[in-house]
Design a protein around this ligand. Structure first.
Ligand SMILES: Nc1ncnc2c1ncn2[C@@H]1O[C@H](COP(=O)(O)OP(=O)(O)OP(=O)(O)O)[C@@H](O)[C@H]1O
Length: 343
């Protein structure tokens, strides 16, 4: 028996058919990957010496994403992020394991799945290059068969949130990168998908545009309950947005957990920044190593309790100011990439 259900904003209904499971947003995971793998066969060499080599872009990756989560999918270049995203959205078929998204098998139910997910690739646009942004957004209404009144209401809301008004009439080719990205996000959300898959959505943007997009995504997640899976090399995105990160390296999942856990996985020392009243040689105290000296300012990597180190420093030196810096996520992630697989 097909069942009816509402979309996130309760404005449309649809039928669930055979092939979709119940584990698609009603308490179950919205993404479920089990032993997922993808190999590519590459031809190498020339003419008669041509050989075929199999490259495993993704190997035995298992994870679930629950509705309402914002998950960062990180990894160095060539780690397998895009290949995974392509399998989740049905562009690529897995060569091993399985994946279900919103209860569907992406490569076999791609058209149907498209109604449940929104996809944005930072380096490409889904908008029509020569058309004014408004016309592109109207065309997506027809693609997803969104009723005109519902579409108009959503477009008005997104136009306000993303401040699209001044350039709705501008051809997409004339938009700045930040404006185009706001247009792409609108196009991806007009059909009120339950899952938003973002591949580098802030690439090349200035700090203000990045911040606008991050705050917007947080709002979409909070207010509509939209699940977000995001790949990014910008760790500012991760710190601002993600409850959880997955790190992929050489095709394998190297880490899956919260940011605090990620910091603990790769021990990166905290740093005490000491401003002395006057320049001095590197400070020598037990439990800390001076790693940088710049005039009166020194950076001490802590191996011991900061309170003990601070007490020792203030006993030996005249201190103008002290700041304790937690390891930034950038340092942690690059240590994780350098060190290969996490425990
Ligand atoms: N169509 C393809 N044919 C052959 N090899 C491929 C193909 N697509 C990806 N690969 C290989 O699979 C591996 C993973 O690539 P993928 O694009 O998934 O990495 P990525 O993590 O997205 O990298 P980046 O951060 O640079 O975008 C790489 O070694 C890549 O060369």
């Amino acid at each position: 028996m097909p069942t009816h259900e509402s979309t996130a904003d309760g404005t449309a209904t649809r039928e669930r058919t055979a092939g979709e499971t119940a584990a698609d947003g009603e308490g179950g995971p919205i993404i479920e990957a089990v032993g997922l793998g993808r190999d590519f066969v590459r031809s190498e060499g020339r003419f008669l010496r041509r050989t075929r080599r199999t490259v495993s872009a993704v190997r035995d990756v298992t994870f679930t994403v629950r509705p309402g989560e914002i998950v960062g999918y990180l990894g160095p270049n060539g780690a397998g992020k895009s290949s995974t995203m392509k399998m989740l959205t049905g562009i690529l078929t897995p060569t091993s394991g399985s994946v279900r998204v919103a209860g569907m098998e992406p490569s076999r139910q791609r058209t149907r799945l498209a109604r449940e997910i929104g996809v944005v690739f930072g380096q490409r646009t889904t908008l029509w290059w020569d058309l004014p942004l408004r016309d592109s957004l109207t065309l997506t209404r027809h693609l997803y068969r969104v009723p005109a009144a519902v579409h108009a209401e959503r477009l008005a809301e997104l136009t306000e949130l993303l401040e699209l008004g001044p350039f709705l009439g501008t051809p997409v080719r004339q938009l700045s990168l930040g404006q185009r990205m706001r247009g792409d996000l609108t196009a991806a959300l007009l059909h009120a998908p339950r899952l938003l898959v973002l591949d580098e959505p802030t690439i090349g943007l200035d700090v203000v545009s990045k911040s606008t997009i991050r705050e917007f995504l947080l709002r979409v997640n909070r207010e509509r309950g939209t699940t977000i899976l995001i790949t990014t090399h910008d760790l500012g995105d991760v710190e601002r947005l993600c409850d959880r990160v997955m790190v992929i390296d050489h095709g394998r999942l190297a880490f899956d957990g919260g940011l605090t856990e990620l910091r603990a996985t790769v021990p990166t020392p905290r740093v005490l920044v000491v401003d002395l009243v006057a320049p001095a040689p590197a400070i020598e105290v037990a439990g800390a190593t001076a790693v940088r000296v710049d005039g009166p300012r020194q950076w001490l990597e802590l191996a011991d309790n900061p309170a003990r180190v601070i007490a020792a420093v203030t006993r030996q030196h005249e201190v103008a100011d002290l700041t304790l810096r937690e390891p930034d996520i950038e340092g942690v992630v690059s240590a994780l990439y350098r060190g290969g697989r996490a425990p």
